[in-house]
Design a protein around this ligand. Structure first.
Ligand SMILES: NC(=O)c1ccc[n+]([C@@H]2O[C@H](COP(=O)([O-])OP(=O)(O)OC[C@H]3O[C@@H](n4cnc5c(N)ncnc54)[C@H](OP(=O)(O)O)[C@@H]3O)[C@@H](O)[C@H]2O)c1
Length: 293
């Protein structure tokens, strides 16, 4: 198959392009500032609408996995126009072009479209994003909902894994504890941490089987940042006394975050061959990966 992947050098995109290449697909890896390692690199600025249209028409992919986004939640709050262009408008344009070519469109969305008052959200639960990042991603979901053509909204939560220059949460914990630094860790923020290799396989399966609709593609465990940090420290035999329990209301963020944006993954567990993994299982795999390096 011919795939076009946006955000191909990002935390999730680098794994997706690697896995697709290993499966011998033709992969066009779109990037902005950082050139990807896997696939055919293709410079692509999501704020340039004409370039998006021309690129899709030239490549004519069978499937698009759209991962590129302005992911810095606080930056989205202060630069809302740019966040709208990158996160909402470009998704709408890409999806329309995909529909014209009859290409299957996988849009990776976020748990931050929920307000976090309840947690364990299912695909049918009502949304209420607290900050502009979540709003801009949800507006993109709404644009997709208006298109009749084949698409999947794959929502994920706190992706983590090994990346050349992106430090995901468990790696941040490891690095700080190894450096014997005391770090603040939230006791009252809960998510469904998702191991990137597990997510990548779920996204590729969705694209290949053309599973349409909304699907929660996240890890299967609901856990607080603090409990997750404790697990990492225990598994790596690091000093957990350096983890300083902290509350959300002590944080000085620009954007408000949901307290409990954990996702119910029963639908994905039922229909996908690649099942959402528990945090224990995923962390063991991450540690194996770290030890192999
Ligand atoms: N990280 C999370 O906590 C999280 C949680 C839930 C959902 N998600 C969603 O998952 C997706 C992937 O996230 P990630 O963690 O892999 O993000 P990431 O590592 O921050 O990667 C984002 C990618 O977007 C690209 N990008 C940004 N601005 C662009 C522009 N103007 N034109 C073209 N490309 C641009 C960047 O390209 P360059 O590097 O080349 O500049 C980067 O590769 C996003 O849609 C995000 O909303 C993330």
């Amino acid at each position: 198959m011919k795939f076009l992947v946006t955000g191909s050098a990002g935390l999730i995109g680098s794994q997706v392009t690697k896995d697709l290449t290993l499966e011998n697909h033709k992969v066009y890896s779109c990037y902005h500032d950082n050139k990807p390692i896997h696939g055919n690199p293709l410079y692509f600025d999501l704020t340039n609408q004409n370039k998006i249209i021309r690129t899709i028409q030239e490549i004519k992919p069978d499937s698009i996995i759209h991962l590129a986004a302005m992911t810095n939640v606080d930056q989205c709050e202060t630069q809302q126009k740019l966040a709208y262009l990158i996160n909402t408008k470009s998704t709408e344009i890409l999806a329309k072009q995909a529909a014209k070519l009859d290409a299957f469109f996988v849009y990776v969305s976020t748990d931050y479209i929920f307000d976090g008052r309840r947690g364990k959200y299912s695909e049918d639960d009502s949304t209420n994003p607290l900050g502009y990042y979540g709003k801009s991603k949800f507006k993109a979901e709404e644009a997709l909902n208006k298109l009749a053509s084949s698409w999947c909204i794959a929502r994920t939560s706190t992706p983590f894994g090994i990346h050349l220059n992106k430090t995901s949460f468990p790696i941040w914990i490891k690095e700080n504890l190894e450096a014997k630094k005391e770090i603040p860790v939230l006791v009252d923020q809960f998510t469904s941490p998702t191991y990137v290799p597990n997510l990548s396989k779920m996204l590729i399966e969705i694209a290949k089987r053309q599973i349409s609709g909304i699907l929660h593609t996240a890890g299967s465990s609901r856990i607080s940042r603090y409990e997750l940090a404790k697990l990492v420290s225990e598994k790596l035999h690091l000093d957990k006394k350096l983890l300083k329990p902290t509350q959300i209301n002590e944080m000085t963020w620009n954007a408000q975050r949901p307290r409990d944006s954990s996702l119910d993954v029963s639908k994905a567990t039922e229909i996908l061959n690649e099942k959402p993994q528990t945090i224990q299982y995923s962390l063991n795999l991450l540690i194996d990966e770290i030890l192999k390096k």
